[in-house]
Design a protein. Structure first.
Length: 191
């Protein structure tokens, strides 16, 4: 798979911006994930009955993120992304590639860990949007629930740190380096 990424990235220099579908996927997933990271942390302090209701939305949105990330992986592996700009140092080019691919992997793992947590959960039922009964898929198991609860929480923390760095880098490009990195990701933007 790495070979596929490399061959795509080596031959991409003539592409100057992301396609419209890809941009909308970036912004939709990005906003939903930021909201879930912020509000997810307050879930544990809610009474069980309220938590069960809110988790219906949380798990439903998380399922949508999972499906869209699968689409995004497919899109990314079959379409050439824009190449590195002249303003970017070798360090920036490498760091952004590592950052982007780490996010791609973690944004798949995060909802998968959530689903496994939901399958084994002991305190309440997780029914995404009141339709997909994840808790009915396996017998409740406190040990397994704990493992996936910790994985879901740790991955959320790592994604939060990466996203803060990612947004910082985007603003650094836009306001300090004054290049077109931000513009080529903005819908309707002209790099
Ligand atoms: C205010 C918030 C955000 C801004 C300003 C922003 C900005 C950008 C920009 C400018 C790029 C293009 C980088 C380039 O061309 O080299 C990009 C790519 C990317 N962003 Fe964001 N982003 C934001 C939020 C997020 C969030 C929350 C996530 C993850 C959930 C995310 C994940 C990614 C990924 C994975 C890429 C790489 C796309 C690819 O090349 O395949 N972004 N972002
Ligand atoms: C990208 C998608 C997702 C993000 C960003 C996310 C984020 C979070 C965060 C930040 C927490 C709090 C963790 C903690 O404080 O330890 C949490 C808890 C939780 N999430 Fe997710 N989640 C996602 C997807 C899912 C999915 C798909 C499911 C289930 C199908 C799910 C089920 C849960 C459950 C059951 C909890 C525990 C609530 C409790 O403490 O009772 N999540 N999530």
């Amino acid at each position: 798979m790495q070979a596929a990424f490399n061959s795509l990235e080596n031959s991409m220099s003539e592409i100057v911006k992301y396609g419209a579908t890809f941009k909308w996927l970036h912004w939709f997933i990005g906003i939903v994930v930021i909201l879930m990271l912020i509000f997810g942390r307050s879930l544990e302090s809610l009474p069980l009955s309220e938590r069960e209701q809110i988790i219906m939305g949380h798990s439903g949105l998380g399922t949508i993120v999972l499906l869209l990330m699968l689409l995004r992986w497919g899109w990314r592996l079959t379409h050439e992304p824009p190449g590195a700009l002249e303003t970017m140092t070798v360090f920036q080019t490498r760091a952004s590639k590592i950052m982007h691919w780490t996010l791609y992997v973690l944004l798949l793992l995060q909802p998968v860990f959530g689903i496994f947590q939901a399958m084994f959960i002991t305190d309440y039922q997780v029914i995404a949007f009141g339709v997909i009964d994840y808790s009915g898929l396996a017998a409740a198991d406190e040990g397994m629930e704990k493992i996936f609860h910790v994985l879901h929480g740790v991955t959320a923390t790592v994604i939060s740190v990466l996203v803060i760095g990612h947004i910082g880098a985007a603003f650094y490009h836009h306001f300090h380096q004054k290049d077109s990195v931000m513009k080529r990701m903005i819908p309707f933007g002209k790099p």
